[in-house]
Design a protein around this ligand. Structure first.
Ligand code: GRG
Length: 285
């Protein structure tokens, strides 16, 4: 596993995902009422690290699948992620005017259209997932349920509500992690589970990969907090937790041997990201 080229792997996964997203967000279709189709493409294809698809591909490969098998999961997950960012940027939520170095969707397209663009991305995500190749069979229905659960009230949407309820007032790491687990961890958990499912894994393995994604996602959010200079009082505890979460991710990946090389490399990446940012050496992207 030593010598795994993560940089190359990230570029490969991003390229595959970007091509599939470009196809899934077709520019033609039945006209473009309210420029919604244009706005959906703007929201999704305007950059982004594509880390959730990378996790989906890496868990799929750990379970013996190919990157292509993971793509319906990658696209649907990235569309749900993009919808959440569009809605989170709205004046009623974070009121941000820039994302990924460009005007946010509501600035570029208007507030009403931005709500609809988010809605259309969410529904298109499930259409793309559910109409994946027939070869997947009943697995697609299970993937739909996983994504719905992790994106919904018991996952990302519930996490956003918790976050709004707490505001800046969180003083305990355990409470912060409850928010992180739902708001950010849930979509990574969906990526882990869908990658395994689309590779044809058994339920026990799907659950192990879901847990891998969840732990990775929480660590990712701790790193993001450091990058954004958030939750400063809890930082030493959060950095210690990143180390624990990464060790737990590696233990979960261990039984998969060399096929889990990407999972080990990703765990190392998030750990380095958090600690390098804390040392003040990593700028936010
Ligand atoms: C509005 C339903 C709803 C949910 C919003 C995603 C979210 C929940 C809020 C955005 C703000 C935030 C800090 C969320 C945590 C998740 C996160 C770190 C988002 C940014 O993800 P990256 O870094 O972004 O993967 P890119 O641009 O690389 O895709």
């Amino acid at each position: 596993m030593a010598g795994f080229d993560l940089e190359h792997y990230l570029v490969h996964c991003r390229d595959l995902t970007n091509k599939a997203l470009d196809d899934a967000l077709y520019p033609g279709g039945d006209g473009d009422p309210g420029r919604l189709r244009e706005g959906m493409r703007y929201a999704v294809l305007n950059g982004g690290k594509r880390m959730r698809p990378v996790v989906t591909i890496a868990t799929c490969e750990a379970c013996g699948g190919t990157p292509q098998q993971a793509l319906p999961g990658c696209c649907s997950l990235e569309m749900v992620h993009a919808y959440s960012l569009v809605h989170d940027d709205l004046p009623a939520m974070d009121d941000d005017s820039e994302r990924r170095g460009k005007p946010t969707v509501h600035v570029a397209f208007g507030e009403g259209p931005a709500i609809l663009i988010g809605d259309a991305l969410l529904t298109r995500a499930f259409e793309v997932l559910a109409t994946g190749e027939a070869a997947y069979g009943p697995v697609l229905a299970q993937a739909v349920v996983i994504l719905a659960r992790e994106a919904g009230i018991d996952g990302m949407v519930g996490g956003q509500a918790l976050d709004m309820q707490h505001g800046q007032g969180i003083t305990e790491l355990g409470v912060l992690e409850q928010v992180h687990a739902r708001k950010t961890g849930a979509l990574y958990a969906a990526g882990g589970a869908m990658g395994a499912l689309l590779a044809g894994a058994e339920p026990k393995t799907v659950e192990a990969m879901r847990t891998w994604g969840l732990k990775f996602g929480i660590a990712f959010q701790h790193a993001d907090d450091v990058l954004d200079d958030d939750q400063v009082a809890l930082r030493p505890q959060a950095l210690a937790r990143v180390d624990e979460l990464v060790a737990e991710c590696n233990a979960l990946a261990e039984p998969f041997g060399d096929k889990a090389a990407a999972l080990h490399a990703l765990a190392g990446w998030v750990q380095k990201r958090a600690h390098t940012a804390a040392a003040g050496d990593l700028a936010q992207d």
